[in-house]
Design a protein around this ligand. Structure first.
Ligand code: URP
Ligand code: ZN
Ligand code: ZN
Length: 488
């Protein structure tokens, strides 16, 4: 008689708080016990010499999503989640994108349908809001939060996505009232469009000019403005894909004032620079994302931000577009930098890159690695402890890493549908060789065994991250003192 369905025996188990030698026992879909010398499992995995880590949680990725230019991502929910699983990620949080004119219920229904039949790992959704009209604000967003979609991404740039300051405040007020998290793509639109129009008019169309237009100052200004708006209505905000020294400093500065502001960075800001966008011909298009990779000082600032907590999460911002007419090069060699699809792939390599160049290089400890890639995402976005931990009762979403396994990054290594990787040519040491999702072995030494559609939607609950700080700006405090508090 076996005590458990599966026992992962003798590995080094790491969570965001500790590292210890232990067995992990699984009953059904959940972790049943963690400790030494656990009873027998119907199936056993010998994990001696291996690291047993929570599966990654990627809280920023774009899957089967239409961009603001109307371009469909190269990955659907099957290819994206397969790729994620091979890289040790067991939960993804992609976006359901509202475009202007779309209604939120229709958008949500659409993305649920896309994911339901294809995802092989569990998924939660954020909403992108481009049309904060009355129905959206008063009814649809509160209803979405009720249904477990309690985070909204808004944009200060992209002609067809950006919200005015008034619209941003409207969305923030709803988030405050109903306890949702506002995620912001923060770049100054005027700067980007003014510079890019002039450059293209003057015949400067190569990918390298993309990095010029998205100035460091434009990120910093937008973060400062968003922080000021969030402070006005006292709502927590999370700035996605932070890329600059100045942007990180703006987050620190806002926090010193008491603003509840979170920051995210991504592999492209740790491992790429604007030099990559400046590669010959159109090759630079493969590295174009917004904001763009910067320089070594910015990379260092991102590493420091991850270590000292100025940046809370490390996500992929997987935005998959192929290096051909379907994505990066709609007009072939004649494509201007304004016309290229924005974004780089990173779902599969997010963890392995941080493992090799963060953990193995001594920049982050193993618990920090787990926190930055899994636990903190689950906590901030309201699905902890179901996800992001190896603890009794948690979903048995586990990646077993061979810390010595050496691999060269090539496009063929990666299982997404992009056809290239911006990280080709780097050598990794450490790879997730066995991956479990809710107790089921879905990747086993390079072999996938997961049925399409086995992934489940995670309805997220509230998290501490959505609780307002309680700090009022002087003007709001004055309104209170006069007995005329503003109804948000
Ligand atoms: O360039 C990027 N990051 N593209 C994806 C969309 C976004 O803004 O996150
Ligand atoms: Zn963005
Ligand atoms: Zn993104």
């Amino acid at each position: 008689m076996n005590d458990f369905d599966l026992v992962i025996r003798g590995g080094t188990v790491a969570t965001s708080t500790e590292v210890r030698e232990a067995d992990v026992a699984i009953l059904g879909e959940r972790v049943a016990a963690v400790g030494p010398s656990l009873g027998r499992g119907q199936r056993e995995i010998d994990a001696r010499g291996k690291l047993v880590l929570p599966g990654g949680v990627d809280s920023h990725c774009h899957i089967e999503q239409l961009s603001s230019f109307g371009v469909m991502c190269a990955d659907d929910f099957h290819t994206a989640t397969v790729s994620a699983a091979f890289g040790g990620t067991t939960t993804v949080m992609p976006f359901c994108a509202q475009h202007r004119g779309d209604s939120i219920p229709a958008v949500l229904a659409d993305y649920h349908e896309r994911a339901r039949t294809k995802a092989i790992i569990d998924y939660a959704f954020h909403l992108i809001i481009a049309n904060p009209d009355e129905a959206t604000l008063s009814h649809d967003l509160p209803a979405a939060i009720q249904e477990g979609v309690g985070s909204f991404k808004i944009f200060t740039t992209y002609e067809r996505m950006r919200l005015s300051d008034e619209q941003i405040l409207d969305v923030m007020a709803v988030a405050r009232k109903h306890r949702a998290l506002v995620m912001v793509h923060a770049e100054n639109h005027g700067v980007i469009s003014w510079l890019s129009n002039r450059l293209v008019d003057q015949g400067n169309t190569a990918p390298r000019y993309h990095a010029i237009c998205h100035t460091r100052g434009s990120e910093c200004e937008a973060i400062q403005r968003v922080a000021m708006l969030a402070e006005l209505v006292d709502v927590p905000v999370l700035i996605v894909h932070v890329s600059t020294v100045e942007g990180i400093e703006a987050i620190r500065e806002a926090r010193r004032r008491g603003v509840k502001i979170y920051g995210e960075t991504c592999p492209q800001y740790l491992f790429l620079t604007a030099q990559d966008i400046d590669r010959p011909g159109m090759e630079g298009a493969m590295f174009c994302c917004s904001p763009p990779p910067r320089d070594e000082a910015a990379q260092e600032a991102c590493w420091r931000g991850l270590s000292d907590g100025a940046l809370d999460v490390y996500s992929s911002d997987h935005a998959p577009y192929r290096y051909d007419e379907s994505g990066k090069l709609p007009k072939g060699e004649r494509t201007t930098f304004k016309e290229m699809a924005n974004g780089v792939p990173g779902l599969e390599l997010r963890l392995p890159l941080l493992f090799t160049f963060g953990y193995r290089a001594g920049r982050v400890s193993l618990p920090e690695f787990v926190d930055l890639t899994a636990t903190r995402h689950a906590k901030i976005y309201g699905c902890y402890p179901q996800k992001g931990d190896i603890a009794v009762g948690a979903d048995a979403d586990i990646a077993i890493w061979d810390p010595e396994r050496r691999l060269m990054i090539t496009p063929e290594l990666v299982h997404d549908n992009v056809g290239y990787t911006p990280y080709a040519g780097r050598e990794l040491q450490g790879w997730p060789v066995i991956v479990l999702s809710r107790g089921e072995i879905i990747v086993h030494h390079g072999k996938l065994s997961a049925e399409r559609g086995r992934g489940r939607f995670i309805a997220r609950g509230q998290s501490d991250a959505t609780v307002p700080s309680g700090k009022k700006v002087p003007e709001m405090a004055q309104l209170d003192a006069w007995g005329t508090p503003l109804r948000l």
